[in-house]
Design a binder for this molecule. Structure first.
Ligand code: CUA
Length: 388
């Protein structure tokens, strides 16, 4: 029995390794120059470690064989202290530490280099979600799913709105603390933390807050969508356009004189083709959902083109396109939106979003519970999910 234990154990280990598959949050499949540098360091140190380990094993094997106990072998010579060896095993590890430190320090400096030109994105940590602002693109804002273009240097300007968080998307690079901004003496710059990198492939990359920040620290995910420049530009354009109320053609024609909202693209297109028919009327559910949003949610949340006053909670423009809600916690669908709006505390303890009265409304850290009926919640959820 004993003889099969080791082979069985090794087989089990091999199977476990084979099952592991793709790691969504792994630093050993880098996709940016920054992550590449870190990975290169890891690989270099790994192979030096292997070399040292092999050397130690060879010496160990030699000693085990050469000095094994034999019948009638004499008692080995007893020694007490050996100056030469003590110096050797102090200097040896010190040299190893120096050998690791040199490339590490080089990598630290290499990854801190500020690119001459880059797309600056402001990353703001909140309990328990992420805000992404594009200061060079009209201050556009999104939440939890960061979009960046491939092949363009990106500079993330990181800070926090409350406690310390840490931005970490392993395939894009190392982690960086998101610290609350302290006041600085006049003339000095605010102390942001920065990450600079250039993404080398498109895809969706997962990350996670990496600094304990409260009850729901572990529920503070990040999704980074790296896309082509064209896709990114189109996304930014859609984000800027938002979801304005569809206006009828006659309203569009009168817009300049009556101070109504500017005509939407479809309305203008129709104007150019000279067609008389009005754009399709809005779905009554959309209108009701939007009105419920305006009455109950817009003090905290913004939707571009609808209401942009609420800035303390995630901006919900293009929400229907996001693959997840609640900072990567739930798949984005209407049922999960209903669940989240109904009782956020049961999903994410400590979230600032108030719940509903009919749910027992777990409230109100700060705000009173909402007073919506289950039907109204579903109407709002449907509306939010329709924002694409
Ligand atoms: Cu934010 Cu941990």
């Amino acid at each position: 029995m004993k003889s099969v234990r080791l082979p069985l154990g090794l087989l089990g280990l091999a199977l476990l390794t084979a099952c592991a598959g793709e790691y969504p949050q792994s630093s050993i499949s880098p996709t940016t120059d920054f992550a590449d540098t870190i990975h290169g360091l890891y690989v270099t140190i790994f192979w030096w470690t292997m070399l040292i380990l092999t050397g130690v094993w060879i010496v160990l094997a030699y000693i085990l064989v050469k000095f094994r106990e034999r019948p009638d072998s004499p008692k080995p010579k007893q020694i007490h202290g050996h100056l030469g060896m003590e110096i050797a095993w102090t200097i040896g590890p010190a040299l190893i530490v120096v050998a690791i430190a040199i490339p590490t320090i080089q990598a630290v400096f290499a990854t801190q280099e500020v690119p001459e030109e880059s797309l600056v994105v402001e990353v703001i940590g909140h309990q328990y979600w992420w805000e992404f602002r594009y200061p060079e693109n009209g201050g556009l804002v999104t939440a939890n799913e960061l979009h960046i273009p491939m092949g363009t240097p990106v500079s993330l300007r990181i800070h926090s709105d409350d406690v310390i968080h840490s931005f970490w998307v392993p395939q894009l690079g190392g982690k960086r603390d998101a610290n609350p901004l302290r006041q600085v003496p006049e003339g000095q710059d605010l102390k942001y933390n920065w990450i600079h990198f250039t993404a080398q492939e498109t895809g969706t990359f997962m990350g996670q807050c990496a600094e304990f920040c409260g009850d729901s620290h572990s529920l503070m995910g990040i999704r980074v969508i790296v896309e082509t420049q064209e896709e990114f530009d189109a996304w930014l354009g859609d984000l800027a356009a938002g979801h304005p109320q569809t206006v009828t053609q006659s309203q569009a024609l009168n817009a300049t004189t009556e101070g109504l909202p500017a005509p939407t693209a479809p309305a203008l297109a129709q104007e150019e083709t000279g067609q008389e028919e009005a754009p399709p009327a809005e779905d009554p559910g959309t209108v009701e959902g939007r009105n419920l949003f305006l009455a109950n949610c817009s003090a905290c949340h913004a939707i571009n083109g609808v209401s942009e006053a609420g800035v303390i909670a995630p901006n919900l423009t293009l929400l229907g396109r996001r693959s997840s809600i609640a900072a990567g916690l739930l798949e984005n669908n209407v049922d999960n939106l209903v669940r989240w709006i109904g009782d956020p505390q049961s999903v994410k303890p400590g979230a600032l979003m108030p719940g509903l009265e009919y749910q027992g409304g777990r409230p109100p850290v700060v705000w009173p519970a909402f007073n919506l009926t289950p039907d109204q919640v579903r109407t709002v959820a449907n509306y939010l999910y329709s924002l694409r």
